[in-house]
Design a protein around this ligand. Sequence first.
Ligand code: M7G
Length: 347
Amino acid sequence: VAFRSLVDKFRFERVLNSNPQTKTISLLGLIDNAPAILTAEKTHFTFDENKVESPSASNESDSRTLHRCENEYTCINALQELRQLTSNDIYYWGLAVLKQNMDHNPTTRLNLIWPATTVHIRKFEQQQLHLVRETPETYERIVKPYIDEMYQLGRLKWVHNILYHGAEADRVVYRDFLDDNKRDGFVILPDMKWDGVNLDALYLVAIFYRDDLKSIRDLRPEDRNWLKSLNTKIKTIVPGCYNYTIRADELRIFVHYQPSYYHFHIHIVNVKHPGLNDGIAAGKAILLDDLIENLKYLGPRGYMNRTLTYVIGDNHDLWERGLREVVSKQLEEDGIPKTPKVVNDFA
Ligand code: M7G
């Protein structure tokens, strides 16, 4: 079904969340009577362009020129309207309308999930966040059964579509796949969170063919060399794919715990990007370099041995499935005094 016709049919119900810093808004609505989540993110300004000046196949060190704010759509070159609000001494401020262009500076990135499940809706909805320490015991008792259930629910169809059925094939940046060595294969492609245009916001995802890893909990010391070579491959391949406008040491490469999808994948993001929502925050993102290092010390059971501390929203199923009790028990064991009853006296 065409994206446009779906968006046209969207009937607004309520705002799930909005964030003035990330300039995103998530709306819940209906399309053909099924729930739909429409998320819009205002795109950032474009300003850098790298061009090969003397393309020659034999010349290894071809020279590239950085074009900054040159094209008519970069920076604020396409100023159409400007209204001054005020000026004071040497300070002036106002509002402007810039000319937008689909290829050079689109206005917004739109993201539709349809039909959306309750897991999706609850994830996008504004919620109270909590820090929880997940011990190996908590993992076995509460988290692992949940992961197994999620795995059965077919929430990974999009992953299998990318790996095996040619979905998003025209956008794949790199595919490493050997028939006789499926374990080492992977695909790098633009994340759904990226507009695909602005390198300042570069956001890629690497997805692996091996399916024995549901999360970092399944990583063992034997996987260390595999992760190391992945790290090197990512840092070698990605800058080349983007004309060296971004360099290897400008890539923040990390995984999430808890992830939303339990099939091992890695996030590759421009280090400048402040992250959408909690995507690169402490308590969610773990650097690939740190994973590799930690596997040296965690013993034969690897990440199964560790207590992992992370942020969880109280809309997450795991909260009601036991993490709520885990947190209150932990606070008690830590000797943190009980919070007195706080009454809100604002009318
Ligand atoms: P995660 O850590 O499991 O979840 O990462 P979260 O970051 O959403 O909490 C999954 C990543 O895959 C996210 O960065 C998603 O934006 C991205 N992603 C999800 N889906 C359904 C797709 C998709 O269909 N295509 C692509 N290219 N990326 C996706």
